[in-house]
Design a protein around this ligand. Structure first.
Ligand code: GLU
Ligand code: ZN
Length: 309
């Protein structure tokens, strides 16, 4: 493969959860983040988000890695596994509690649902345990981070200006679950900072999580990367293709057709002749012609082809 000349100023990443093999939707995310990084001479890292064992499928992480290899999505450095990062998450939660930015919460789902208001992203935690340290001992308690009234603002690379008031739209949210597992929102920002990620390119299903992540970065004095969200692939009903809905795994013996479909989905304009290209030629063309400006500015797109069937 070609050697890349890295600019020190860009580091991107692809961070799949190993709940199943790569499908067309996750391929689109991988391709978008890869091209955004390589077109700027940047580094591109892979992180396996194996943080939630009950939702993982044995062997899926290895399958994902093999697919990336088969598609010549070459990453830099070593793959980071979140399952090996628990002490870093523990330390971050400890720091937040020490600084009184976070508190234990022993409320059950039922407790919350009977008093809470339903917000755009689920029930807004009413703060029952926030001012009542006696209620939550640290054992068997979730840990929630305190949210504030001011707006979190960021510029998304695809969707533009975003403002979210966490206290009224989300409420104090969980960073460590009652079952002892660390929450995605916490782990993702600890690791993006640890890996020096300068821009997060990912599926728009996580668009609404970004303000929560920026809030945590500020409380922990971590830098905020740029964010760019790609539309997600849905089925005809509008449901996200996912490992849970058993979206077809991408095949590794013929990568070019799926890669061309991924470019079409991302509103790039591959010439018909690319169908006959080698993987090297494909990536050369795609890196050279990548344009994030032409990306579809919608959160999700139903897409029907042989890879999504
Ligand atoms: N692990 C997440 C997923 O597979 C992606 C996390 C991220 O890109 O921030 O949906
Ligand atoms: Zn509580």
């Amino acid at each position: 493969m070609a050697a890349f000349h890295h600019s020190a100023s860009y580091t991107g990443r692809f961070a799949p959860s190993p709940s199943g093999p790569l499908h067309f939707g996750s391929l689109v995310t991988a391709v978008g983040s890869y091209l955004q990084a390589r077109s700027q001479g940047g580094r591109w890292l892979v992180r396996i988000e194996d943080l939630d064992p009950p939702r993982e499928k044995p062997g899926a992480a290895l399958q994902i890695v093999r697919s990336l290899e088969a598609y010549a999505l070459h990453w830099d450095g070593n793959i980071l596994y979140q399952s090996r990062r628990i002490s870093a998450y523990r330390e971050a939660v400890f720091r937040l509690i020490e600084a009184s930015h976070a508190y234990p919460c022993t409320c059950s789902r039922r407790d919350i649902e009977t008093v809470a208001v339903l917000g755009p992203f689920g029930f807004i935690y009413p703060g029952s345990c926030r001012h009542d340290p006696a209620r939550g001992s640290h054992h068997n308690a979730a840990i929630r981070v305190i949210t504030h009234d001011h707006q979190i603002h960021f510029e998304d690379g695809n969707f533009g200006c975003v403002n979210q008031k966490l206290s009224s739209e989300v409420g104090d949210f969980v960073i460590k679950r009652r079952d002892g597992l660390y929450a995605y929102q916490l782990a993702v920002i600890v690791d993006d900072a640890h890996q020096g990620v300068t821009e997060v390119v990912r599926g728009a299903d996580l668009f609404d999580s970004t303000s929560r992540q920026i809030h945590l970065q500020r409380l922990l004095d971590l830098p905020t990367p740029r964010y760019l969200h790609l539309p997600i692939v849905t089925d005809a009903k509008g449901d996200k293709l996912s490992k849970q809905t058993r979206a077809a795994p991408i095949r590794s013996d013929r990568p070019i057709p799926a890669l061309i479909e991924a470019l079409h989905f991302l509103n790039q304009d591959p010439p018909a002749a690319l169908a006959y290209a080698s993987l090297d030629e494909f990536w050369q063309w795609a890196i050279k012609h990548w344009s994030s400006r032409t990306l579809p500015k919608v959160l999700k797109i139903p897409f029907q082809n042989q890879y999504t069937a």
